[in-house]
Design a protein around this ligand. Structure first.
Ligand SMILES: Nc1nc2c(ncn2[C@@H]2O[C@H](COP(=O)(O)OP(=O)(O)O)[C@@H](O)[C@H]2O)c(=O)[nH]1
Ligand SMILES: [Mg+2]
Length: 232
């Protein structure tokens, strides 16, 4: 072998080793950064799975499920996006015209958030929850995976009749519910504290908290509450 050929071989080997080392370091760094992100926010990888309109299409009853409910415009989609720090998450699940649907989101294997986009949409008055018919009723009655319900309410007008109907539904099935008061940036700290107090006196919620998707406040507590459902 000539000196030139040997040099070429050495350069090639050095290049190969350097590249492999760089690639490994890069992969390890990426994995570390993903783990770090997930430790900071366990909801970061939340992804839309599918929508269900009929009780017979519900997936296997296993793991943990938490229902997200609230009147339309309460700020539920914005809250879901802020929770996951993903601006596009809630929009993905929107299916126009389908108001009686349960949308499944997976936070991690075995933990799902279920969005009820039609709550407060269909028709008027007391028949609204009934419009959910067998789907919601059957879901509540039989679902072992159901660990809790979040009820999103605009902090300026909480506990509307439809919210009270959902609370009644939770109480009748002995399901824990959490009142999430949204858009807290719209009121002063004083009013926010007063509203939390009033709501806590009026209902038997497991927890009451205020969030603002605009200011990104209250989400640490909301994440803690949601993670708490894993240990019940
Ligand atoms: N000021 C303020 N507006 C909000 C907040 N969250 C949502 N909104 C607004 O309220 C409206 C309804 O929000 P959306 O998340 O779509 O509500 P949803 O119908 O319950 O899913 C939109 O115009 C949002 O920009 C918030 O924390 N603060
Ligand atoms: Mg929405």
């Amino acid at each position: 072998m000539t000196v030139e050929a040997m040099l070429k071989l050495i350069i090639k080997q050095v290049f190969n080793i350097s590249f492999t080392l760089w690639l490994r370091t890069h992969i390890i760094c990426r994995a570390c950064s993903e783990i770090n992100d997930l430790m900071k926010n366990p909801f970061k990888n939340t992804a839309f799975l599918f929508g269900v309109t009929n009780a017979k299409n519900l997936p296997n009853d296993c793991g943990i499920e938490v229902l997200l409910s609230g009147r339309s415009n309460a700020g539920k989609s914005s809250a879901l996006n802020s929770l996951a720090e993903n601006k596009k998450l809630a929009r993905i699940s929107k299916t126009p015209g389908r108001t009686t649907e349960i949308n499944f989101f997976e936070v991690e294997e075995g933990y799902k958030l279920l969005d009820l986009p039609g709550y407060g949409f269909a028709k008027s008055g007391r028949s609204r929850i009934k419009d959910w018919g067998s789907l919601l009723g059957e879901y509540f009655a039989n679902r072992k995976a159901l660990k809790g319900v979040l009820i999103f309410m605009d902090i300026r007008h909480p506990l509307k009749p439809i919210d009270l109907e959902m609370i009644k539904l939770c109480e009748s099935f002995d399901t824990d519910y959490v009142a999430v008061l949204t858009k807290s940036d719209k009121v002063s700290k004083n009013i926010s504290a007063k509203t939390i107090q009033q709501v806590s006196e009026a209902i038997n919620a497991k927890e009451i908290l205020a969030i603002s998707s605009l200011n990104k406040t209250g989400f640490e507590k909301l994440r803690k509450v949601l993670i708490g459902f894993k240990y019940e």
